[in-house]
Design a protein around this ligand. Structure first.
Ligand SMILES: *Cc1c(COP(=O)(O)O)cnc(C)c1O
Length: 407
């Protein structure tokens, strides 16, 4: 018996037209097998079989669509890809083994030697290393500029610029980029505008609505949301994603079906999780601003934030990540971290559990002192990825940290 998944799809795409992202999170990318399971099936298989030698030849020759090998396609991975593409409002998604693999696959498939990238300075530390150390070896050069200074972006553009790359809000300082302005600049210069949407997720921000060509995620963070596995995804037009898919097929950093299943299920609770993250983070940011041991709080939901109105326009919530400086230096920052007893000391973010990090010596530790200074990563800076525990319990734990600074 040949099982055609399409025949068992009870919710065709047309039934989901016009529904909200909350509904897409639960319903998009659902394909039932003949078992009529309610929760999604998982297909942990490396290869697929054919009805005949002729069918195998037709699949390999591209004359007949269908699965061949899980480095190329896998039904569980495709289900996750369909769901996240629908939520972002993109035509197609390509899932990858990690968030970094998503960025690598995008660059390897859409750039070539001699091309130039303009990238915002506050990007994830490893993204910085990927551009500066590895892509540079293959003749792709990168200029880093301030996320928020359009003059610097304009000045950095050369005749070879093929990509503008940003994260907004930035990690860990929550700076916000003007996506419409950057999209216009990219278009005028025949460059791709790529947005790493890891911090907001499609629940809070959909970069395609502001002119992005490609949206990237580290699925490891909020899409899973419970810190279980590592993965990534690239979303964009059919033609761009065909290139990214082509690199994956030949380069190999594909997502495993086990991880895809977890991400697919993780998306179902993403909207309610994001609202809980946002609510806790906003309350904590406001409260931290009033603590004597705290010097400054960085969170786009605060009226004191320089891009508060831009963030309000682009985002439907301000996210779960905030950072703040304590009075003092590294010793004080570490004393704060070590005095907390519930919050996890870990560099991961986007988890339902609140995590605390000292960026200068962990996530951003590989940056040169000059790059650290330019990115605003000071020794007294602490990042919180606010989880969904009770706000009072979080305040009590943070109070332990702050009390340690007084004594
Ligand atoms: C974590 C992260 C990445 C890298 O993702 P991995 O899944 O760890 O490879 C990329 N961008 C941002 C904004 C991240 O936070």
């Amino acid at each position: 018996m040949t099982l055609r998944r399409e025949e068992h799809t009870f919710i065709p795409e047309s039934d989901l037209e016009g529904v909200s992202v909350d509904t897409l999170a639960v319903r998009a990318g659902q394909h039932r097998t003949a078992q009529l399971e309610h929760s999604d099936a998982i297909f942990p298989t490396s290869s697929f079989v054919y009805g005949s030698a002729a069918q195998a030849a037709a699949r390999f020759g591209g004359d007949e669509p269908g699965n061949i090998y899980s480095r190329f396609t896998n039904p569980t991975v495709q289900a996750f890809e369909e769901r996240i593409a629908a939520m972002e409002g993109g035509e197609r998604a390509v899932a990858t083994a990690s968030g970094m693999a998503a960025i690598l696959a995008t660059c390897m498939s859409l750039l070539q030697s001699g091309d130039h990238v303009v990238c915002s300075r506050g990007v994830f530390g490893t993204t910085n290393v990927l551009f500066q150390k590895y892509l540079a070896r293959f003749g792709v050069t990168t200029t880093f500029v301030s996320l928020t200074d359009m003059g610097q972006w304009q000045q950095a553009i050369t005749a070879d610029t093929r990509m503008l790359f940003i994260e907004t809000p930035s990690n860990p300082l929550c700076e916000v980029a003007d996506m419409e302005a950057l999209a216009a600049l990219a278009r005028a210069n025949d460059a791709l505008f790529v947005v790493d949407n890891c911090f907001c997720t499609p629940v809070l921000q959909r970069p395609f609505e502001f002119g992005a060509d490609i949206v990237i995620h580290s699925a490891t963070k909020y899409l899973d949301g419970q810190g279980r596995c590592v993965g990534g995804v690239v979303v964009g037009s059919h033609s761009l994603m065909e290139e990214v898919y082509g690199f994956l097929r030949s380069g190999g950093p594909t997502m495993s079906p086990f991880n895809a299943w977890i991400f697919h299920k993780g998306l179902e609770t993403l909207p309610i999780r994001m609202r809980a993250h946002c609510e806790n983070a906003l309350q904590l940011a406001r409260w931290l601003e009033q603590q004597p041991a705290v010097e400054k709080v960085f969170y786009a939901g605060l009226k004191s934030h320089p891009q508060f109105s831009l963030a309000s326009k682009q985002q439907s919530g301000f996210g779960g990540v905030l950072s703040f400086t304590v009075k003092g230096g590294q010793a004080e920052a570490w004393a704060f971290i070590d005095a907390t007893r519930m919050i996890s000391i870990t560099a991961n973010l986007g988890d339902v559990k609140t995590t605390v990090t000292h960026p200068a010596t962990t996530t951003h530790g590989r940056l040169s002192p000059e790059d650290k200074a330019l990115a605003g990563i000071t020794d007294n800076l602490i990042r919180l990825s606010v989880g969904i525990e009770s706000l009072e319990d979080l305040k009590n734990d943070i109070r332990r940290g702050l009390d340690a600074l007084r004594s």
